[in-house]
Write a protein that binds this ligand. Structure first.
Ligand code: NAI
Length: 303
């Protein structure tokens, strides 16, 4: 009965995607996830073996249910796009229908429609290289995995997203998200607009593109189906992806020292902001970059 959310980019219980899934589940949504093909087996096995049970606990004591996990590689839009060596790679050959178009078709077949689309994925093979040392291939790969992947997901899911509804004199009902229409959220990082040395490989450019696209897509999806499109500029979190970049502890320390709120950011805080943005409480918010970073973005100098 609740709203249906498809969250792309969940492969463990440490990242923002997992936390967003939990907040949406706590608010009554049904959770579908898209998991990167190479990470699928280990994620499904860990989930089955109960490795994530502690982190599945919702505020009411029940466990978050993931209704279905779809293999996904958001770098490929349809089967013709995927090169033979990827298709025949043993990590991919065991799964099928993992291109964006096929995943959207599978979700349509299984569930008919969705209400909430979340993009919580990024990849930049040369992220540890300064921009001046980044190859064209590395730069374009960062944009493909981290920015165009969102355009593609929204493009393919939009036809099955329930249109936004006009809310007139409705009682606010946050917990089941009743009566509000579809909306979409992605995750970005302040390196798009301010210099963050260490966030290289074109990843800063990819986030700038994602934020600009958020505005244009808000217009297009808003006019087409009254769907809202927002992005959360999140503070640093020790996720798997962030640990791979190599400077996450420094960033967390920097934030603790300099942000208006001196506390470590928890993934749940980003999850809750996402639930708010997906709810009717945010019915007039679209095309926005919302900071969930303990206020660090507002500082002009370090203290
Ligand atoms: P994460 O490791 O939990 O999530 C990244 C996910 O992307 C992983 O599950 C990975 O398997 C998936 N992925 C990578 N390439 C993919 C592809 N081609 N197709 C499908 N899935 C793919 O890490 P995190 O940090 O939670 O990342 C989620 C989002 O949050 C990203 O957009 C990231 O840039 C953003 N973010 C993270 C911050 C941090 O400090 N951790 C700060 C600000 C934004």
């Amino acid at each position: 009965r609740g709203k249906k959310a498809f969250i792309a980019g969940v492969a463990d219980d440490n990242g923002y995607g997992w936390a967003i899934a939990k907040s949406l589940a706590a608010a009554g949504a049904q959770i579908l996830v898209g998991t990167w093909v190479p990470a699928l087996n280990i994620f499904e096995n860990s989930l089955r073996r109960g490795k994530f049970d502690d982190s599945r606990v919702l505020p009411d004591g029940s466990l978050m249910e993931i209704v279905k996990i779809y293999p996904l590689d958001a770098v490929y839009d349809n089967p013709e796009d995927a090169p033979e060596d990827v298709k025949s790679n043993k990590r991919y050959a065991g799964s099928s229908n993992w291109t964006v178009q096929e995943v959207a078709e599978s979700v349509k077949q299984d569930f008919g429609s969705i209400d909430i689309l979340v993009h919580s994925l990024a990849n930049g093979p040369e992220v540890s290289k300064p921009l001046l040392e980044t190859s064209r291939k590395g730069y374009l790969a960062a944009l493909s995995a981290s920015s165009y992947s969102y355009v593609s997901l929204l493009k393919h899911f939009l036809p099955i997203m329930n249109p936004g509804k006009l809310l007139k004199n409705q009682p606010l009902c946050f917990f089941s998200f009743c009566r509000s229409g579809g909306s979409s959220i992605s995750l970005t990082y302040i390196a798009s607009e301010k210099i963050i040395p260490g966030y290289g490989g074109g990843m800063s450019s990819a986030k700038a593109a994602l934020e600009s696209d958020t505005r244009v897509l808000a217009f297009e999806a808003g006019r087409k189906k009254r769907i809202r499109v927002n992005t959360i500029s999140a503070g640093p979190l020790r996720s798997r992806a962030a640990k791979a970049i190599g400077f996450i502890d420094t960033m967390i320390e920097y934030s603790l020292t300099n942000a208006p709120l001196q506390k470590e950011l928890s993934a749940d805080e980003v999850g809750n902001a996402a639930a708010f943005l997906a709810s009717p409480l945010a019915s007039a918010i679209t095309g926005a970059v919302i900071y969930v970073d303990n206020g660090l973005n507002a500082m002009g100098v370090g203290v």
